[in-house]
Design a protein around this ligand. Structure first.
Ligand code: SAH
Length: 223
């Protein structure tokens, strides 16, 4: 049997390779020290198939099955940073679109507790297992439709979407804590999506456009 380290593509997944990824993120404008530390800590290669482990630290999205992708490192880092710019120490974070579990693991490194909803049951199960393997204990994954949020666990200091709806699902703003924010891509599938941040201010809502992005589409219902 092949040595586990060989199967994981040792060298391509070492802390040194992760450090180079962090340097690239810094060069690409990611500043928050807690986010850079999280990207350095979380072993991204554990969240992709072994056949793709050697590519885990490239700045690219990778397939995770069921037509879905693990987001590219810059996007993962920017989502986390966009939260911390508004909520310095988030206690409770809701993620919609668990996918591989990687973004949840990165959020878990900068937040108290992460609640993550995934509509595809097999992905939810695999993400739970990978989070366990990676030693991440403060993420709860639920199989369900994220359009409803997670009312039983609300309010959240932040809600992060990792799939793009045409518009922020109307159930979500009501599940946000007073000083919280929603960060996620909005727009049509395949192009013209914008990463937006929504937060309360003076009794109303402030909506900021942070970047042009490309995410898999948000889909209705449980898969
Ligand atoms: N955060 C993930 C990104 C996965 S891609 C990661 O780090 O790997 C986005 C995920 O959102 C997909 O797994 C997709 O199945 C899921 N998704 C799409 N629409 C959804 C919905 N309505 N509710 C919950 N999950 C959804």
């Amino acid at each position: 049997m092949m040595d586990l380290r060989l199967r994981r593509g040792v060298g391509m997944t070492s802390p040194r390779v992760r450090e180079r990824m962090v340097e690239r993120l810094r060069a690409a404008g990611i500043r928050a020290p807690a986010v850079l530390a999280a990207m350095r800590e979380v072993p991204r290669h554990l969240f992709v198939d072994e056949a793709l482990a050697s590519r885990a630290y490239e700045d690219t999205a990778l397939p995770i099955g069921f037509g879905q992708t693990i987001s590219q490192p810059w996007v993962v880092a920017r989502l986390a940073e966009a939260v911390l710019e508004v909520v310095a120490r988030p206690q409770r974070v809701l993620e919609i679109g668990t996918g591989s579990g990687y973004q949840a693991a990165v959020l878990a490194a900068v937040a108290g507790q992460v609640f993550s909803v995934e509509r595809i049951g097999a992905l939810a199960a695999r993400a739970r297992q990978r989070l366990r393997e990676a030693g991440v204990g403060n993420v709860v994954v639920r199989h369900g439709d994220g359009a409803h949020g997670w009312p039983d666990r609300a309010p959240f200091d932040a809600i992060v979407l990792t799939a793009a709806p045409e518009e922020i699902p109307p159930a979500l703003p009501g599940q946000l804590a007073a000083a919280g924010c929603i960060v996620g891509p909005v727009g049509p599938p395949g192009g013209g999506q914008v990463l937006v941040r929504l937060r309360r201010e003076g009794g109303g809502w402030v909506r900021e456009a942070l970047a042009e992005v490309s995410f898999v589409p948000f889909q209705a219902g449980r898969g």
